[in-house]
Design a protein around this ligand. Structure first.
Ligand code: NG6
Ligand code: CA
Length: 505
């Protein structure tokens, strides 16, 4: 009874939002869903969020036809944890998810409820194209054989992946269970422990490099760029970084095209603007900010291509696109590519303090734009929303009732995401090297055991990690400049307790 009632309410709400007749609700309220998930794009890196050093006309157009969120967050200040939360509706610290090496086993084990799996059950065709960074296989992976379990075992019907990060081996594409362009006579091997094979490394032969790198990024050289980790063999499969945007966009478009007549879910996970930044020649020199700025232009192009495809196929009104990023911005993340020198007055984190890796807002406050022409009234929203809620919100959208063990940290925020309500979360956790909790205008950052590092010297990022309590009022102090934990001891204590409770749940 409750389920039927809930469905009727959802249907009525959707009908109001969509101006569709209730009879048409079932079909129309199950739009295609495309998540465009960018890598390391900061709040201030996008035109409609105030970027000054680069133009992003396509993303701005998406925002102009949709809803632009000003207090939206990924769950963590680094990639793997944010992705775990997005795909499982669970905070990543619950299973200690951290940045993975390129040969790590699949982190989300088969059987775990996932967002794509839920949509698949509800009749959606599902795909992931682009950066994965959630591990593959079960340990000791044979890159030349069946690479499994992977996305296909946790809810995706199709996958075309960059397995970890652009700066980590293996530097090959994986399509479904197979390495693309595998060559039986030249098998690929990967190691994160020691050098294998005879390929030159950045440390040994810096003269072969087109970008200087730090020690961690100075292992096997691929395409003139040294990476984290060692690999040998499989040479026909090695990627060229300049092709990423074209290849991933083509694969994404192909999937959209094939599935245009049925509900589909595409997790389009761009590697832009993560290091090493090596955009296609079509975008080189498009900004005065060097490769980092040009990578933003490339990323914006990818968004435009997807929008164009949707329009040309005539499925705009039945397609919800949600654009965001997996963590805050970073300039030098291991390579010298002039990101620091050519920044000018551009502010990658916008008005917020810190960036990638930080407990400050710059770590997790990211652009979030939701577009669904005809269903969402264009505008901006101040609702506090988190990517961990996309699971439960999309479940509501497709009338899926969550089981007890499904998406445990995910709240239904569909009304906020569609703009029919301004109400976001009451509280929300932000994960970095520590944990923070937000409640309305307040933010409490939990102390770390040891002093510092407050400042990541090589990256010039303020981590926000302190050995004392931190409390900020984001309404009067957006930039988290004044720690008022001692002045407001009762709020500090209350938030500390709430954080503890949320963590234990
Ligand atoms: C870090 C790398 C950094 C980047 C990051 C992952 C070092 C010193 N730094 O460990 O360059 O690859 O991992 O970025 O190795 S993320 O966006 O995928 O989280
Ligand atoms: Ca990232």
């Amino acid at each position: 009874m409750y389920t039927i009632l809930k469905k009727m309410i959802v249907c009525a709400a959707a009908a109001v939002a969509l101006s569709y007749s209730p009879g048409a609700c079932q079909a129309q309220s199950r739009p295609n869903i495309i998540i465009i998930y960018t890598d390391d794009v900061g709040y201030g890196d996008v035109g409609c969020y105030g970027a000054t050093g680069v133009k992003t006309p396509n993303i701005d157009a998406l925002a102009a036809q949709g809803l632009r969120f000003t207090d939206a967050h990924c769950t963590a200040a680094t990639c793997t944890p944010s992705r775990v939360s997005l795909l499982t509706g669970s905070y990543a610290f619950r299973n200690k998810a951290a940045i993975l090496p390129g040969d790590a086993p699949l982190l989300i084990r088969p059987g775990t409820p996932t967002l794509p799996g839920m949509l698949q059950k509800e009749g959606y065709k599902t795909a992931v194209v682009g950066k994965w960074h959630l591990g593959l296989g079960s340990g000791n992976i044979n890159w030349n054989g069946d690479i499994s379990p992977g996305p296909l075992e946790i809810g995706f019907d199709y996958s075309y992946l960059l397995p970890a990060t652009a700066d980590r081996v293996p530097t090959v594409y994986i399509e479904d269970h197979r390495m693309v362009n595998a060559d039986a006579t030249d098998p690929l091997a990967v190691s994160y422990e020691k050098k294998i094979g005879n390929e030159p490394t950045g440390l040994e032969q810096p003269g072969l490099l087109r970008m200087k790198a730090d020690t961690q990024h100075s292992n096997t050289i691929v395409n003139g760029i040294s990476r984290i980790g060692y690999q040998t063999g499989g040479k026909k499969a090695w990627w060229k970084d300049e092709d990423f945007a074209m290849i991933f966009t083509a694969k994404a478009k192909q999937f959209i095209n094939t599935n245009k007549d049925r509900p589909f879910f595409l997790y389009f996970s761009l590697t832009d603007i993560h290091v090493p930044r090596s955009p296609n020649p079509a975008f080189v020199g498009k900004t005065a900010m060097g490769p980092r700025g040009d990578a933003i232009v490339e990323m914006d192009w990818c968004v435009g291509e997807i929008m164009k495809e949707i329009q040309q196929l005539g499925i705009s009104k039945n397609t919800l696109i949600i654009f965001s990023s997996d963590n805050g911005p970073v300039l030098n993340d291991g390579y010298e590519d002039l990101a620091v020198e050519k920044l000018g007055s551009h502010k990658p984190a916008g008005p917020f303090r810190g960036g990638k890796y930080s407990a400050f807002e710059g770590g997790t406050r990211v652009p979030v734009i939701v577009s669904w022409p005809g269903a969402i009234k264009p505008g901006a929203s101040e609702a506090m929303v988190s990517q961990v809620d996309w699971y439960a919100s999309f479940a509501r959208l497709v009338h899926h009732e969550l089981a007890g063990n499904e998406a445990p940290d995910s709240f239904d925020m569909l009304a906020a995401l569609l703009g029919t309500s301004n109400k976001g979360r009451d509280t929300m956790l932000e994960e970095s090297g520590t944990l923070a909790i937000r409640a309305k205008e307040w933010k409490y950052i939990r102390p770390i055991a040891q002093k510092g590092p407050l400042w990541m010297k090589n990256k010039k990022i303020e981590t926000g990690f302190m050995h004392v309590d931190q409390l900020y009022n984001l309404q009067s102090d957006k930039g988290e400049q004044r720690n008022i934990a001692n002045e407001h001891q009762e709020i500090t204590d209350a938030l500390k307790q709430q954080l503890k409770k949320a963590k234990q749940r």
